[in-house]
Design a protein around this ligand. Structure first.
Ligand code: GLC
Length: 434
């Protein structure tokens, strides 16, 4: 009985965090001070958690995000619903002519997958139908934007122009490609993130300079995507973003075929899936027997291996030949760290236990990787991920990320997508940790 009460308490706390981080009943901030606006993929993860207590509020969350979709189809990575001087770079640096203001880049497209998940468990059919009628055409337009603007040659490799577009902002994968970003035109700026989180857990100055210089370049080129495809000094095909889009395309196909909304787009979506499936082998390296992100400017695979190498399972229908080597790597990592899945290869000397995206465990990554493994029949690995996530959260709270050796909670507190991951994934494994 005590154990039962514990899980109930954790569930309640998670719901309470989402309630406290909710703004105007329309959107949710990832964390109170550190991230005071609406973030794209955070919001979609959060919507699934919200659906456990209010379907209407869950649909509203994603609808609010899509109200800020650009004419081109891009869905921005941040919507600045309100002024918040505690955050840099804010609207005046991005200089996008939208109301409310937004950033000018995007983030991994989890919307279709979360819309499907919420729809599949929805009880209020009228509300769900209203949401689908609004969202499906807009999600289609966003995926179209990815395939047209970020892969103008139809290669099946979708480009990210900024590390922040991969969602794994500070991954060591981006260190080399970032070195080509010139700093001459960088205008002065003041960071705000290190006022709130210890500097050792955040990106170093040289990285931040390049993050901002890239942004300035996009502004100078009026965000014209096809022009940027040719001139951006940073252009990568991230194995994470590409797997997430592949999965989202599969879920979008399911939605249009099942719900009757936009069914005439099914063939188009199948073409996107086929192009992506054919391109998948390009991310594979026979020597390391692993998936790598690609530097689309040099044409070379990026040597560093991250937790995103396991995301092709989440992408769905992963061809058999990739399974065994990935499972071998999984076992090696699982034998090395205490808590799976470290964000970065724990055998790599660049592993950093505390700096974000350079080692710590992220509950949302665990959610995706765990589900992908489970769907391919790898229940033991999914169990290890689920129980590790449950242990981390139960012991250290709803933190942004965790030390893979000590379990220490790091980054922001009372984090929305951690709360949501608890409600939709980790709490199912809680009993197995006792
Ligand atoms: C950090 C993460 C990014 C996330 C954002 C808000 O920038 O790297 O993926 O969307 O925080 O939580």
């Amino acid at each position: 009985m005590t154990d039962y009460k514990d899980i109930e308490e954790l569930n309640r706390t998670a719901i309470e965090i989402l309630r406290r981080n909710s703004r105007e009943e329309r959107y949710t901030v990832p964390a109170q001070k550190l991230y005071p606006f609406q973030w794209n993929w955070d919001s979609c993860f959060v919507a699934e958690g919200l659906a456990t207590s209010s379907e209407d509020r869950a649909w509203t969350e994603i609808e609010t995000l899509f109200r800020s979709q650009w004419e081109s189809g891009k869905v921005p990575h941040i919507v600045f619903h309100k002024d918040a001087p505690s955050y840099f770079p804010g609207p005046d640096r991005w200089r996008c002519a939208n109301t409310p203001p937004t950033s000018g880049i995007t983030q991994p497209p989890v919307a279709a997958t979360k819309v499907r998940a919420i729809y599949e468990t929805a009880k209020d059919n009228d509300r769900a139908d209203k949401a689908l009628a609004y969202l499906i055409p807009r999600i289609l337009k966003w995926h179209h934007w990815f395939h047209n603007e970020r892969d103008p040659n139809g290669s099946g490799l979708i480009a990210a122009y900024h590390p922040w577009e991969t969602g794994r902002d500070n991954s060591p994968e981006w260190d080399e490609p970032l070195k080509s970003v010139p700093l001459e035109t960088l205008k002065p700026y003041t960071r705000r993130d290190t006022d709130l989180v210890p500097a050792a857990q955040r990106p170093v100055k040289e990285e931040y300079d390049r993050f901002v210089a890239l942004l300035d370049l996009f502004v100078a080129n009026n965000y014209i995507q096809k022009r940027l495809y040719d001139i951006t000094p940073f252009k990568v095909a991230d194995i994470g973003l590409n797997s997430i889009l592949l999965r989202a395309n599969r879920d979008l196909l399911w939605l249009v075929e099942t719900t009757g909304h936009q069914g005439h787009h099914a063939e188009q979506i199948k073409d996107w899936i086929e192009a992506q499936e054919q391109a998948l082998g390009q991310f594979w390296n026979d020597e390391t027997e692993c998936f790598h992100s690609l530097d689309l400017i040099s044409g070379a695979p990026i040597p560093d291996i991250t937790a995103a190498a396991f995301l092709p399972f989440y992408g769905g229908d992963l061809p058999e030949q990739f399974h065994e080597p990935l499972l071998k790597r999984f076992a090696a990592w699982a034998g090395k760290v205490e808590f799976m899945v470290p964000g970065f290869d724990p055998f790599n000397p660049k592993f950093h236990a505390e700096r974000y995206w350079r080692g710590p465990v992220w509950p949302i990554m665990n959610y995706m990787i765990g589900n992908g493994l489970h769907d391919h029949g790898y229940g033991d690995q999914a169990l290890r991920i689920g129980t590790d996530t449950a242990r981390l959260i139960a012991a250290h709270g709803f933190m942004e990320y965790f030390n893979a050796y000590t379990a220490e909670g790091l980054g922001g507190h009372d984090f929305s997508w951690t709360a949501s991951s608890w409600l939709c994934h980790a709490n199912r494994y809680y009993a197995a940790t006792l």
